[in-house]
Structure formats: C-alpha cells, structure tokens
Design a protein around this ligand. Structure first.
Ligand code: PMP
Length: 407
C-alpha cells in the first residue's frame, strides 16, 4: 500500500544545504539557508543564551522554587513567555496590552505560529483568502495550502529596479475582496530584503483599513534587521495604533539564535478584551489536537533574557552586533562588485536591502552557474543569505556574481 506513495521533492531551501555538504571543493560557500554565522562562518550561540544556562545552574534552588521542572506547559504555553513576547512586539505600554486585547499563544516558532494562525482563518473565516507577496518565503504557500486556506499573490518585487513595486502592491491589495487577510513581513522581507519605507507603510495601512482587510504579520527578524527591537516592530505597531485587528506570528530563531528550540508565538490583537479571550480559547482548541502543548526550554530562555535587565541589555547588544556584521558584509560585497564590474550596471540595490538576505536579481540559470562553476550554494530565485558570508569571501563572491550575471 505504501508502494503507491511517490517521492516528495526536496525542500528548495533546506535542499541547498544537502547539496552544499556533498561538495568537496574548499572554496564552497553556503548562502542558501538563513541562519546567522560568525565571521569565521561558524554557527553562533548567543552569550545571553549561555548565561541563562549558567545562571539557572547556579540558582538551582531558585529554579526548583520557581517550578522549573519538565511537567507539561498549559496549551497556551509559558505565561511569563507569553507576557514577554507580546510586550516585546508591541511595547510594554501599548494600549492594546493594557486593555487586554491581545491573545497570545506560544507557538512552535514562526512556522508553527503561522500554521496556528492559518488554522484559525480556516475555521472561523471559511472561504476567506490570504494575499501573499510575490515572491515570499517559500514555506508560506505550503502552510496555507496544508491548512486549506486559499491564497493568491500581490505584486511586491519589481525586477526592473530590483526594488519594491509599490503601485502594484497597493493596486492588488485594493482589488482584493473586503475582509481579505494580507500577509506582511514585519521587517527584512524574505527573500528580497526589500521593505516599504515608513511613508509607504502608512499608505499600505490606509488601503487595508479602507478595505476592511485583516493584516497578518510574519515577524521573524525583530531586532535582527536594524539591530533595534523597536525599529523592527514599527510596522506592526503602526497598524495596532490605528485600532485595527491584527494577527502576528513571531519567531525567536534568528534574533536569539534559538532555531532548534522552536520558540515563537501567535498573537491576535482584537477590538475588545472579551473577543481576545474568546480567540485565545479557540487558539488553544486548535493547538490541542495538533501538538497538545508547546516545548518549555526556549520559552524559559526568552522569559529569562527579557525578564532580567542585565541579560536583556546584553541581548540587545548582541543583536546589534549580528545586524552590524551583516551590514558590514553587505557594504563590502557592494564595494567589491561595483569596483570590479566594468559594465556600468547599478548595483546600489544591494545597499538598499535590509536584513539577512540579498536578492541579487540573478535568474535560475545564473544561479545555477553560481553553484556549478563557483561552488556558491543559494536558492534558485537569486536569493543569497549574507549571514553565510564573511568579509574575507566578499571578493570571491563578487567575482562569482559578476561572471554569472554577464553569462
Ligand atoms: N517567516 C519567515 C519570513 C522566515 O524567514 C522564517 C525563517 N526562515 C520563518 C518565518 C520561520 O522560521 P522558524 O519556524 O524557524 O521560526
């Protein structure tokens, strides 16, 4: 009976790492997966995360007193985490929090939180569509497909400018039927690295508000893009400040480097505390048969880091450091390409992009050339992860990009 099951295709992002591992050439570079690396291209465990371990070992009595055991968490997750994560997202003094209009449920990182949000849409807004940006993070389509939520795309990327197709985006959001969910990347759009300006965000909010659409934010890079938690949450806060109802999925994979801990949250900002209470009860009801309750370890790390002033400050400094390293390689890559390329092409789009990724504008054939000739592993849409790049490798990558671009 299992004979009839066909082979599934490899994941377009995680498959890149498999191909990278199989390459025996020393010059190889993995710019496929979006995970932070040090200048030596090694994975990085944040110092604050290590300190939480040490402090909790030292304070064993304290831990026992606080009940840090391995009992199940409630369906909605760790209370201290849920409080910390909503405050981090919206700002602790946000009226939506004070008025208890935020339903927060701990999720299985960004992906699991998005999936929970999709399940809520499927159950309580049957037939409603989600608009997603063209292009978007590849897993968004899988998530909504598997949750049986219909989706279509709004224009986002303009290949002529390697920038934002703002008019197209506004037109498509306007054209969608009232009450459509609009998926937005809170900051550091994946895969393009192209974000709306603050003025453009206001206009996007105007249209969404006029059309009674519901914004659904994916916040996977708060603090990691600009280095500032507040700056990276400005888009979400703008919508919430207008009194709109908003969905927000959060992830601590990148900003706290907790990839494997699967820690994030689904937040629903409602118009009243009564509806927030009801929404939360339904989120729990959706979670229970899917995974019962979330894992505790990452939630404790986040709650401890955010709740301990010295650790919170150190975290912010480490985020600035990580964001700074990425900005440095972005600048160096641009400098190398623009000084080496004699064709007169304008590469300044590289500097306008933000976050971990750069969309190079390379097409599939050119991306294949990057891998086959230059041993540079990247997704076939032309996206490179700058987190996998060191200053020392910028010149090499510049040669590879110029060669591939002009071929
Ligand atoms: N959304 C976006 C836009 C992402 O880039 C990612 C990570 N690549 C995620 C969500 C989810 O990641 P995770 O499930 O590890 O939090």
């Amino acid at each position: 009976r299992f004979e009839g099951i066909p082979m599934a295709p490899p994941d377009p992002i995680l498959g890149v790492s498999e191909a990278f591992r199989a390459d025996t050439n020393d010059v190889k570079l993995n710019l496929g997966v979006g995970a932070y690396r040090t200048e030596e291209l090694q994975p990085y465990v944040l110092n604050v995360v290590k300190k939480v371990y040490v402090l909790s070992l030292m304070a064993e009595n304290l831990m026992l007193e606080r009940g840090d055991n391995k009992e199940y968490l409630p369906i909605e997750g760790l209370a201290a985490f849920n409080k910390a994560t909503a405050e981090l997202l919206l700002g602790a003094d946000n009226p939506a929090i004070k008025e208890q209009r935020v339903a927060t449920v701990q999720g299985l990182s960004g992906t699991g939180s998005l999936r929970l949000g999709a399940a809520l849409i499927e159950r309580y807004f049957p037939g409603s569509k989600v608009l997603i940006s063209a292009p978007t993070w590849g897993n968004h389509k899988n998530i909504f497909n598997d949750a049986r939520v219909p989706w279509s795309e709004y224009r986002y990327y303009d290949p002529r400018t390697v920038g934002l197709d703002f008019e197209g985006m506004i037109e498509d959001i306007k054209a969608a039927p009232e009450g459509t969910f609009v998926l937005l990347h809170g900051c550091a759009h994946n895969p393009t690295g192209i974000d709306p300006t603050p003025e453009q965000w206001e206009k996007i909010a105007d249209v969404i508000q006029q059309k009674n659409h519901i914004p659904f934010f994916d916040v996977a890079y708060q603090g990691f893009a600009s280095g500032s938690l507040d700056e990276d949450a400005a888009s979400v806060r703008l919508f919430v400040a207008r009194g709109m109802e908003v969905l927000v999925a959060q992830s601590y994979s990148k900003n706290l480097g907790l990839y494997a801990e699967r820690i994030g949250a689904m937040n629903v900002i409602s118009s009243s505390s009564e509806s927030a209470t009801r929404v939360k009860s339904q989120l729990k009801r959706l979670a229970r048969p899917m995974y019962s309750n979330p894992p505790v370890h990452g939630a404790r790390i986040v709650a401890n880091v955010v709740g301990t002033p010295v650790l919170f400050d150190e975290w912010k400094a480490e985020m600035e450091m990580m964001a700074g390293r990425i900005k440095n390689v972005r600048q160096k890559l641009y400098d190398s390409i623009s000084s080496k390329d004699k064709s007169g092409k304008d590469w300044s789009f590289i500097l306008k992009q933000i976050g971990m990724f750069s969309y190079t504008g390379l097409n599939k054939n050119q991306s294949d050339n990057m891998t086959n000739k230059w041993h540079v592993y990247m997704t076939k849409d032309g996206r490179i992860s700058l987190a996998g790049l060191s200053l020392a490798k910028c010149e090499y990558l510049a040669d590879a990009i110029i060669d591939s671009y002009h071929n």
